[in-house]
Ligand binder design. Structure first.
Ligand code: SAM
Ligand code: SF4
Length: 411
């Protein structure tokens, strides 16, 4: 979602899919991501495809729901025309941007359109991201009644100074209020944290982790702050106004979070994600890591069906105008080669608790055995599991996951 769109091949105006998308489809599950590209203000660190009111250039937030529903109808037609089997949605995820800037009734209407088009599988995980300042008990009740069963709150930090550095405008007290209200309704909950804001001390990070744990959500994501090119944060660091996140301090923060999460009953299941029991791991995230089929609705959203990947035009105005003309909003697409699919699997699967099969690593790198021996010697992977054929990261390995991937793919 972040940064410019890939180049790829042109996508056909009617959105029709190539034959490859249908191969093996009955063994894959179907998922929907719905992008809501609106934010009240842009946080200094964020380069997601999202727009404040002044950046919308004529696109209307109030008209967005109907535009999305047009893409949902188009998707049902495209999927049927491609000869794909009829599948119910196994997960639905509304992300942004700030989905909860729209009235709850709009989110429910979009979900109903997905239900009409595909049906939603019994027990499917249906999540929306939420900004803590934009929801209250009434709003959450409407979502719950409309079929949502999980809410992911953008907490980021509990420390006002850190939130100010990140240019987050929400009131930190509202996170606990929102999580409690969601739990009261029986919704599953998650909170997102970011570590490594310029100037954030280890103790401030500890306060945020403890505050998140005390809310007793079912799931916590903790992301290392990425300084994205072109953001205000990147400019502030370049000009010396703010300091760059320190790598050693970042590692200490990760280790501290993992320890406190584990003590509180949250197990890691992906490098940046912890849940209370396997049943609370995000089924939607897992579907991405397992290369299932998903349709991404909305401007800039990416989709993937059986190794065919495409992405929509980025601006909400261009997106709305394509759909108004009866065309697909896809801007480009690519059919992934066998090699690229293997590389993507390595990139994703090494980060999950179940680990990566050694055989996959060997398929992309003739020197994999030698590299893996080094990983074992450096205690980056579990020795016993590696000898048994699976690379499972140790805590030290999780801190260096990107470097391991670079080495495995550098053949
Ligand atoms: C795109 S946001 C959408 C959620 C919602 N708009 C919010 O921010 O509360 C999803 C999550 O991505 C994470 N995120 C966004 N930009 C990031 C960055 N530059 N570095 C690390 N994490 C980031 C934040 O934790 C955020 O909650
Ligand atoms: S609220 Fe979320 S999506 Fe919006 S600018 Fe901030 S981090 Fe990005």
């Amino acid at each position: 979602m972040a940064g410019p769109l890939p180049i790829g091949d042109p996508a056909p105006a009617d959105g029709s899919l190539p034959g490859q998308s249908a191969i093996g489809a009955s063994e894959r599950t179907l998922h929907a991501y719905v992008h809501i590209p609106f934010c009240k203000v842009r946080c200094g660190y964020c380069d997601f495809n999202t727009y404040t009111a002044s950046e919308l250039e004529g696109a209307k937030q109030s008209a967005y729901t109907d535009v999305l529903i047009a893409e949902i109808k188009l998707s049902a037609q495209v999927i049927a025309d491609a000869g794909l089997p009829k599948r119910k949605l196994s997960t639905v995820f509304f992300g942004g941007g700030t989905p909860t800037l729209l009235p709850a009734s709009d989110l429910v209407k979009i979900l109903a359109a997905l239900r009409d088009a595909f049906e939603i599988a019994p027990g499917a995980e249906v999540t929306t991201e939420a900004n803590p300042d934009t929801v209250n008990a009434e709003y959450l009740r409407e979502l719950c009644d409309g079929g949502f069963n999980r809410v992911s709150f953008g907490m980021q930090s509990a420390v006002p100074l850190v939130l100010a550095t990140l240019e987050r405008t929400h009131n930190p007290a509202n996170v606990a209020v929102g999580v409690a209200a969601a739990k009261e309704l029986g919704l599953r909950t998650s909170v997102d944290l970011i570590y490594g804001a310029p100037g954030e001390t280890l103790d401030e990070w500890r306060q945020s982790v403890i505050a998140a744990i005390e809310m007793q959500p079912d799931h916590i994501s903790a992301y290392a702050l990425i300084v994205e090119d072109g953001t205000k944060l990147a400019r502030q660091i370049k000009s010396g106004l703010l300091e760059e996140p320190d790598e050693d301090l970042q590692a200490d923060k990760y280790e501290l979070a993992d320890l406190l999460f584990a003590e509180a009953g949250f197990d890691w299941y992906e490098v940046s994600n912890w849940s209370r029991g396997e049943q609370n791991a995000s089924a939607h995230n897992i579907s991405y890591w397992a290369s299932q089929d998903w349709w991404g609705y909305g401007p800039g959203a990416h989709s993937h069906f059986g190794g065919v990947r495409w992405w929509n035009v980025k601006h909400p105005t261009a997106y709305a105008s394509k759909l108004a003309d009866g065309n697909s909003p896809a801007a480009g697409r690519e059919t992934l080669s066998h090699r690229t699919r293997l590389e993507e699997r390595i990139l994703l699967e090494i980060r999950i608790r179940e680990g990566l099969e050694v055989d996959l690593a060997k398929q992309v790198n003739a020197e994999a055995s030698k590299l893996i021996a080094g990983f074992i010697a450096d205690e980056l992977v579990d020795a016993k599991a590696a000898i048994g054929g699976v690379l499972k990261l140790t805590l030290k390995g999780r801190l260096l996951a990107d470097s391991l991937v670079r080495q495995l793919l550098a053949d």
